[in-house]
Design a binder for this molecule. Structure first.
Ligand code: UDP
Length: 319
């Protein structure tokens, strides 16, 4: 099978490429970014990296026409972008997604759209079932642009599905693991990772009682593959994650412990990190029933195991 992964140069996409290549498939990546996360694949005859954009229609159409399955993971992700460049978030995540869906429809190729737990916003009623409400704030608050951009992408997916396109949506919950991001940037795990490896204080925002369900990349990839190649997935949306909830303070303590670091914990205000236009989500927990019953995957890697592997990788990698 030939698999196209837009955004395949990123964290989830690069691991997905590894998994499809390991199965013997051909993988085509379309990505504007760095080749760093896939450099270990260079030389593999079944791996093809096209460094271009989903806004280059000619290139995109050529790839979609040639592949059997399309994973659309290209997106602008990361809190710093939601508050720093909302235009780009909306443009890539909404208009870029339309390009992919339009061409997949033209060539009748199945699409898996990578969405996010952010679509639920700050709905206080956890765990979140796939059909639960989106609870988001005012459009005057930039941080909601990411949640909204992905929700619009999902609506487009359902619209195209009604017209006959096979499409599946995956909503990711705080996925982490090797190659997540550069140290000190991006998400909490890489921010804490830089601090823990240098024995510096870990910057816990607020009281650290906010929770996340940290999902190890291997579990995420098994579910993501099943969304593309399993049966009964067309027209469906799946939470992809563990339902084991961890407070940010617990995460900080666990990382210090596993890394045998001399780091301490420093409580900081949200404004000092993200400015005033940010609003944190107090709890984020998936209902994983659909993932387990239809995709047949349980995210069962424990936080300690996943963190150990991740810490080991960041220690040895020059990333
Ligand atoms: N956070 C923190 N210290 C930091 C960065 C983030 O305590 O230096 C917290 C943040 O307030 C949030 C959680 O970690 O509650 C997860 O943040 P992340 O940016 O990884 O993504 P999110 O899950 O909010 O999308």
């Amino acid at each position: 099978m030939k698999v196209l992964i837009t955004g395949g140069g990123g964290f989830v996409g690069s691991h997905l490429a590894d998994a499809f290549l390991a199965r013997g498939d051909d993988v085509f990546i379309l990505d504007t970014g760095s080749v760093q996360k896939t450099r270990h694949l260079i030389g593999n005859q079944q791996f093809h990296y096209v460094r271009d954009s989903i806004f280059n229609i000619e290139i995109l159409e050529g790839l979609i026409a040639k592949c059997d399955l399309v994973y659309h993971l290209a997106a602008v992700v990361g809190v710093e972008h939601y508050v720093g460049d909302p235009y780009e978030v909306l443009n890539v995540n909404v208009n870029g997604t339309q390009n992919v869906l339009k061409l997949a429809f033209k060539h009748q190729k199945k699409v898996v759209f990578g969405s996010t737990s952010e679509v639920y916003g700050r709905n206080p009623k956890v765990p979140w079932h796939e059909d639960d409400d989106r609870v988001v704030g005012s459009t005057r608050i930039d941080r909601w642009c990411y949640s909204t951009s992905k929700a619009v992408g999902e609506h487009f997916c359902f619209g195209y599905h009604r017209m006959g396109l096979p499409v599946t949506i995956t909503r990711y919950f705080n996925v982490y693991g090797p190659r997540l991001d550069k140290l000190d940037v991006g998400r909490i795990i890489t921010i804490f990772m830089g601090q823990v490896l240098r024995n510096e204080p870990l910057t816990v925002i607020g009281d650290g009682e906010q929770t996340r369900c940290f999902t190890y990349i291997d579990d995420c990839i098994r579910a993501t593959m099943a969304a593309g190649i399993g049966s009964n997935t067309d027209g469906e949306v799946f939470n992809i994650g563990t339902n084991v909830e961890t407070t940010i303070l617990e995460l900080a303590k666990t990382m210090i412990d596993i890394a045998s670091s001399k780091s301490t914990i420093r409580f900081v205000t949200q404004e000092s990190v993200y400015g005033t236009s940010y609003e944190d989500i107090p709890r984020r927990v998936p209902d994983t029933t659909k993932m387990e019953t239809i995709l047949g995957v349980k995210a069962d890697t424990s936080l300690r195991d996943g963190l150990s592997k991740t810490i080991d990788w960041f220690r040895s990698a020059n990333f």
